[in-house]
Design a binder for this molecule. Structure first.
Ligand SMILES: NC(=O)c1ccc[n+]([C@@H]2O[C@H](COP(=O)([O-])OP(=O)(O)OC[C@H]3O[C@@H](n4cnc5c(N)ncnc54)[C@H](O)[C@@H]3O)[C@@H](O)[C@H]2O)c1
Ligand SMILES: O=c1ccn([C@@H]2O[C@H](COP(=O)(O)OP(=O)(O)O[C@H]3O[C@H](CO)[C@@H](O)[C@H](O)[C@H]3O)[C@@H](O)[C@H]2O)c(=O)[nH]1
Length: 476
């Protein structure tokens, strides 16, 4: 393979040493932080340094009080406490980490482009390119560069071109190692992954990364492929997962008009082992930083190869998801006698799913925006999301002046305060604690009729109806 064009089309010049002692990870976010913490925990002999330009984020990763880490993730604090200061370090010194590392993970954000060609669909790779240029400019020893971020298929080609054109004689090997953790269960997912995927073209480089994971992941769960299969598999995995959610959400609307119950339908079809029971929970719509972004990216890639039918097919997953969020907001308005003007609606939850403080693309943002357009008053309670973040999410939409968002929406830290005196309750996130509330007491303090709109099918509808609530759940 050395010195000639390999199957994936990238050219290698010469063999480079593959003993990995020091790892750097660029990007201390939801992926870089937890992933490197677990790699360090499971490989005490490796030195792992996670770097970020965001000094505030790094300071939070270094906070001695692990309840103040920058991301809320069950089990993360214990892992950080075990490894931090031993062989796990968080730093803003990006250059030093790059220069010292044998293996560099790139784990920076790859959001949907908001400008220029591909606006609204393509992945914005400016942060990736900046990392590659920085690595190329300052490296003095050979490196394995690992794509941990989710990237369009064939990005390794671009990286290779940037890295190989420095003229300083340093050799780079590129691997694709997409991350499949889900937020809220990140540590459990990292400790026992369904699979680890490594794409590459050089056996020694691949083996070096296999060794890192083999410290705790059974060898048969570590899959190796060519670069393009690995890059594409990440987008496809998210597209398939999101497609299941949109499929069951489409059926939820049909259930509502036919008298079928979407949970019963999901259970009945999920018992078929060919379909499987997971990821069939109807909801107010999927959120998170990945599903929409990655499907839109897949759509853009398909269109760029003139595969319009393929692109249209996957785009429907996102369109149906948008419909589901709108439909939920309109159900609230229609049920409340076609106007929510001046009415108080309590939101239980703002995060895009339970057990995370991440709000990116959360359905709650869009449902709130729709109701605020109708001049509703919203009171939000979420156990992990700050008021600052909630206003940032709303202001980011640009639908109305920030002052108006603050006038119409308030954020409280006590759920009973959120629920007192309101016309309606909307469940936007499936936090377990919502199930434990004293719903009888809540009913007493609400305006009548007391509406509950359960966007997560979380609460026990029959009990709430017995208590006198007018209860609406997705798919019933
Ligand atoms: N969030 C998830 O659950 C998840 C799961 C799997 C894959 N991914 C993918 O992983 C990637 C990272 O996602 P995330 O959620 O961790 O993003 P994030 O926004 O939480 O973190 C990215 C970090 O990279 C930093 N950064 C950007 N450019 C930098 C540079 N040049 N030098 C140093 N730091 C830089 C940012 O300051 C930020 O802190 C994305 O491609 C995403 O699609 C995310
Ligand atoms: O049956 C379901 C399952 C999920 N959701 C919603 O779908 C969204 C995404 O949930 P989930 O996939 O659990 O969380 P993420 O952290 O977004 O993880 C996804 O996106 C990550 C980033 O790429 C991948 O690594 C993970 O494998 C993939 O599950 C959330 O809003 C969920 O509420 C539903 O509505 N119904």
């Amino acid at each position: 393979m050395w010195g000639k064009k390999c199957e994936t089309g990238l050219t290698h010049k010469k063999k480079i040493p593959m003993e990995v002692k020091k790892i750097a990870c660029i990007g201390a976010g939801y992926v870089g932080g937890p992933t490197m913490s677990v790699i360090a925990q499971k490989n005490p002999d490796l030195q792992v340094t996670v770097v970020d330009l965001n000094a505030e984020r790094i300071a939070a990763w270094n906070n001695q009080d692990v309840s103040k880490l920058p991301i809320y993730e069950p089990g993360l604090g214990a892992v950080v406490e075990e490894a931090r200061g031993r062989n796990l370090f968080f730093s803003t010194d990006v250059e030093r980490a790059i220069v010292e590392a044998d293996m560099i993970f790139i784990s920076v954000n790859t959001p949907t482009k908001t400008y220029g060609k591909g606006k609204g669909q393509a992945a914005d790779l400016k942060f990736i390119e900046l990392c590659a240029r920085q690595i190329a400019a300052i490296s003095t020893t050979d490196k394995i560069v690992v794509e941990k971020s989710t990237l369009p298929v064939r990005t390794a080609e671009t990286l290779k071109s940037i890295l190989d054109n420095t003229g300083n004689g340093v050799n780079f090997h590129i691997l694709s190692n997409p991350e499949f953790l889900a937020e809220g269960t990140a540590i459990a997912d990292l400790h026992a992954p369904d699979r680890v995927l490594i794409g590459g073209e050089n056996t020694e480089a691949i083996n070096a990364l296999v060794q890192v994971y083999a410290s705790w992941v059974p060898r048969e769960r570590i899959l190796t492929t060519n670069l393009w299969s690995s890059e594409l598999s990440k987008l496809v995995a998210n597209a398939f997962l999101a497609q299941r959610v949109s499929s069951i959400n489409a059926i939820s609307e049909l259930c509502e008009v036919t008298g079928a119950n979407v949970d019963e339908v999901a259970h009945a079809i999920g018992q078929d082992s060919r379909i499987g029971s997971k990821f069939l929970k109807a909801s107010v719509g999927f959120g998170g930083s990945c599903f929409q972004k990655d499907i839109l990216n897949l759509v853009y890639i398909a269109r760029s190869y003139h595969l319009h039918k393929v692109a249209d097919y996957w785009e429907q997953v996102v369109l149906l998801n948008d419909h589901q969020k709108t439909r939920f907001a309109e159900k609230i308005i229609n049920t409340m006698y076609n106007t929510v003007n001046g009415k108080q609606i309590a939101f239980l939850g703002w995060a895009f799913k339970k057990d995370t403080n991440d709000t990116r693309e959360s359905a709650a943002i869009y449902v709130a925006d729709h109701l605020l357009d109708e001049q509703a008053n919203i009171i939000v309670y979420d156990p992990q999301v700050t008021a600052e973040q909630i206003y940032k999410d709303l202001d980011g939409l640009g639908s109305r002046p920030p002052a108006q968002n603050r006038a119409l929406l308030t954020v409280v830290s006590d759920p009973y305060q959120a629920l007192s005196g309101v016309h309606a309750v909307a469940v936007l996130t499936e936090w377990d604690e919502f199930k434990t509330y004293d719903w009888s007491l809540i009913k007493q303090n609400m305006k009548r009729p007391a509406f509950v709109f359960d966007g997560r099918k979380l609460l026990h509808g029959a009990t709430l109806q017995t208590l006198g609530f007018t209860y609406y759940a997705i798919g019933e």
